[in-house]
Design a protein around this ligand. Structure first.
Ligand SMILES: NC(=O)c1ccc[n+]([C@@H]2O[C@H](COP(=O)([O-])OP(=O)(O)OC[C@H]3O[C@@H](n4cnc5c(N)ncnc54)[C@H](OP(=O)(O)O)[C@@H]3O)[C@@H](O)[C@H]2O)c1
Length: 385
């Protein structure tokens, strides 16, 4: 009996334990080596099939790049991967590498499938800009499509020298964000008529030194909202009178809505209302029975001030469609209270992805990989908590 107790108390031989763990490690590494070899074999088998597809495409006179098919493949992979250990951001990279290699073997030569030259530079300029999700979204799109682009977030205190830098350094494109969307207009060589009407530019395209300005926010809002509700004939209330609010008022009015702008500062709302031929009222006068759709377009409630909301909950009513274009956090206090009040809610993610997709298409001339852009933003938001 005493012996048993003694045996139990005797510490295990550390050298033997270590030897066991090393044996286990060696076994696991053999499994990994075997799996790596299998993955490589499967990659090459896949490329053989892709090469054969390339030959068929050549005979049929079809182009190597097929964005729709690539998006289909990606959707399928993302679905199969749901709930797995492989994080979606790595799936995007694996997918991008697979597509790039497949395009190369289909075309028979490196880069020929893309027809692209040296990498192009892109950036979002704003102040502050460090939390921008645009780099994650656009770099994922470049990786997935094989377009050789590099996208950074750059803090810009003054937009004029920044635009001179874009020209001098040969940036291919830029996203413009708070607080420069209006001031940037005077730094450009050409302004798209729609952006001029809105009075704000969020996208710059540099065509051989000629800087062209566009606004993709309006299209982003209309596309995101239009997925959830018919806009034509509705009464739309826009909260705010900044760049995003102007895009919201312009976009929804063009879709056939009757728009009223509500803003804290009266002269700004008056100017917006006059320029876009919409109505305005002070924000305190917002009455939910006067609107079918409410678009919140101020930074109130954005991190790190997520506890704030632009409207008291007693201004919400069941059936009102409430869109918050703030997307950090995705579920703002306004949306949480709107949901509790029985409103239909639309968050800012789809608008962000759609405005970014249009930017990507303006810069590259190729169809934006929407699914990948959305997934990249969603996973980044989830990672940031
Ligand atoms: N989802 C997307 O894709 C997307 C795209 C663009 C922008 N956004 C978001 O939209 C928001 C607005 O952007 P913006 O470019 O339009 O900004 P902006 O040009 O600076 O305009 C800000 C507007 O918000 C109002 N405002 C600011 N603080 C306020 C407060 N405490 N109470 C009441 N009103 C207040 C301002 O009113 P005053 O006139 O009284 O100063 C102004 O009308 C930002 O959070 C931005 O991140 C989202």
């Amino acid at each position: 009996m005493a012996k048993t107790v003694k045996e139990k108390e005797t510490p295990a031989d550390p050298a033997a334990e270590r030897a066991d763990e090393e044996k286990r490690l060696a076994e696991l590494r053999r499994v990994i080596d075997r799996l790596d070899a299998e993955i490589l074999r499967l990659f090459n088998e896949r490329l053989e099939a892709a090469r054969a597809v390339g030959e068929v495409k050549r005979r049929l006179g079809l182009p190597v790049r097929d964005t729709r098919r690539e998006a289909e493949i990606f959707r399928r992979l993302a679905g199969l991967n749901r709930g797995s250990l492989l994080a979606d951001r790595y799936l995007v990279q694996v997918f991008a590498a697979l597509m790039a290699a497949a395009r190369e073997v289909q075309s028979g030569s490196p880069h020929a499938a893309d027809g692209f030259g040296t990498p192009s530079l892109f950036a979002v300029f704003g102040n502050p800009v460090v939390h921008s999700l645009s780099p994650v979204m656009h770099n994922a799109a470049f990786a997935a499509t094989g377009f050789p682009g590099i996208y950074a977030a750059i803090r810009a205190a003054d937009i004029r020298p920044t635009m001179a830098g874009v020209r001098a350094l040969g940036f291919r494109g830029a996203s413009i964000t708070i607080p420069h969307k209006e001031a940037v207009l005077s730094c450009l060589d050409y302004i798209d008529p729609q952006a001029r009407r809105i009075g704000a530019v969020n996208t710059v395209l540099n065509e051989a030194g000629v800087l062209k300005g566009y606004n993709t926010d309006g299209e982003g809002i209309v596309r995101a909202l239009g997925e959830r509700v018919e806009i034509a004939g509705k009464r739309v209330a826009v909260l705010g009178a900044g760049g995003a609010a102007r895009a919201a008022a312009f976009g929804t009015r063009r879709e056939g809505a009757a728009v009223t702008v509500y803003n804290r500062t009266r002269p700004k709302a008056e100017a917006l209302a006059a320029a876009l031929e919409v109505s305005f009222r002070p924000i305190e006068e917002f009455d939910p029975s006067d609107a079918d759709i409410l678009i919140h377009a101020t930074p109130v409630g954005m991190s790190p001030n997520a506890g704030e909301t632009p409207l008291c909950r007693d201004r919400l009513r069941p059936g009102l469609v409430v869109m918050d274009i703030v997307y950090t956090p995705l579920r703002t206090r306004l949306l949480a209270e709107a949901e509790a009040a029985g409103c239909v809610t639309v968050d800012g993610l789809s608008m962000f992805v759609y405005q970014g997709a249009r930017q990507f298409e303006l810069w590259t001339g190729i169809e934006a990989p929407l699914d990948i852009m959305r997934l990249a933003v969603e996973t980044e938001l989830a990672a940031r908590g």
